[in-house]
Design a protein around this ligand. Structure first.
Ligand code: 13P
Length: 287
C-alpha cells in the first residue's frame, strides 16, 4: 500500500520506535525492501536519492516500478516512496512522478531561504496529501553527490522550520553519511534533546544510519527520532555477498552466471540487513 509517511511516523513517534528509510538502487533493492517489510509486518520508507533516480532512468520509472511491485507482490504494509535529499526542482519532479513523500534539503541555503522554499513545499504537499521532510544543519560526508559539512543544527532554526508544518525534520546532530571515521565523536544528544524540546511532537529523522552503535540508536529513538535512514550498509552487505559468490567461483560453474543466480546472494544479504535494522528500530509488527 503506497501511502504518505505521515501516519506511520506519527505512530512511531508516539510509540517510541523508528521507521527505517532504506535507499533503493534497482529492482533487486526494491524487491528486497518490500518483501522484508511484508515479512516483518513493518512500515517502510523507500528512499530515492537524485543520483539513484537518474540511475534508474528517472523518477517516473521508479514510481511505476514501486507501484507495480506493491501490487504484484501483494504488499499490504504501509510503504512510502520518498525523495532523499531533494533539490527544489527535484521535489517538483517527484511530486509529478507520483512519489508519496519528499525531502527538501534546503540546509545549504541561508535559513531565510530554506524557510521560504520549505514553506512553499509544505503548501503543495498538503494539497496533494504527501509528506514532507525538511533539513536544518547538515549531515556530514557525502550522499550521492550531496556533500555536507556536518555541523549540528541550531535548535531555534529547527523550531522555525518545524512550525511551518513539515511532516518530519532532519536535524544534523553529528551524524555522517557513509562509514563513520575512527575519530568520530558520536551523536550530539545534547543537540537532539534541545531540538526535541523545541519541536514537541515532530518526528525527527536520523540520517547516516550505517554504523551507528546500537545504544546510540536506542538513545536517539528515546529522544524523539522516529525515522532512521540506511543506505551504505545495504550496499556493503550486497557487495560482500556478491564478492563471496564470485570468489568461490560460483559464477563459473553451471549456469551460475545467470543474473538471477549471480545477484541472489546480494539480494538475500540486503534482506537480512533490513530485517536486522527493523528489529533494532522496533518497527517489526507495527504495520
Ligand atoms: P548511510 O548511507 O550512512 O546509511 O546514510 C543514509 C542516509 O542518510 C540517506 O539519506
Amino acid at each position: 500500500m503506497l501511502v504518505s509517511a505521515k501516519d506511520m511516523l506519527r505512530k512511531a513517534k508516539a510509540g517510541k520506535y523508528a521507521v527505517g528509510q532504506f535507499n533503493i538502487n534497482n529492482l533487486e533493492w526494491t524487491k528486497a525492501a518490500l518483501l522484508t517489510a511484508q515479512e516483518c509486518n513493518s512500515p517502510i520508507i523507500l528512499g530515492v536519492s537524485e543520483g539513484a533516480g537518474k540511475y534508474m532512468t528517472g523518477y517516473k520509472t521508479v514510481a511505476a516500478m514501486v507501484k507495480a511491485m506493491i501490487e504484484e507482490l501483494n504488499i499490504t504494509v504501509p510503504v512510502a516512496l520518498h525523495l532523499d535529499h531533494g533539490s527544489y526542482e527535484g521535489c517538483y519532479k517527484c511530486i509529478e512522478a507520483g512519489f508519496s513523500s519528499i525531502m527538501f534539503d534546503g540546509s545549504h541555503y541561508p535559513i531565510a531561504e530554506n524557510v521560504e522554499k520549505t514553506k512553499e513545499l509544505v503548501a503543495v504537499c498538503e494539497q496533494k496529501g504527501l509528506s514532507l521532510e525538511a533539513e536544518v544543519g547538515s549531515i556530514g560526508g557525502e550522499e550521492d553527490g550531496v556533500v555536507g559539512r556536518g555541523e549540528c543544527a541550531d535548535p531555534q532554526e529547527c523550531k522555525q522550520i518545524a512550525d511551518l508544518g513539515v511532516t518530519m525534520l532532519a536535524a544534523g546532530i553529528g551524524n555522517i553519511h557513509g562509514k563513520y571515521p575512527d575519530n568520530w565523536e558520536g551523536l550530539s544528544f545534547e543537540t537532539l534533546d534541545a531540538v526535541q524540546k523545541l519541536t514537541g511532537d515532530m518526528p525527527l529523522v536520523l540520517h547516516g544510519g550505517t554504523g551507528i552503535p546500537e545504544d546510540m540508536i536506542k538513545k536517539a529513538i528515546s529522544l524523539g527520532v522516529a525515522k532512521i535512514n540506511v543506505n551504505t550498509e545495504c550496499q556493503l552487505s550486497f557487495a560482500a555477498a556478491t564478492r563471496k559468490y564470485v570468489e568461490e567461483g560460483k559464477d563459473l560453474s553451471g549456469k551460475g552466471f545467470d543474473p538471477r543466480k549471480l545477484l541472489a546472494p546480494g539480494f538475500e544479504a540486503i534482506k537480512a540487513t533490513i530485517k536486522e535494522k527493523m528489529e533494532l528500530f522496533g518497527s517489526v509488527g507495527k504495520a
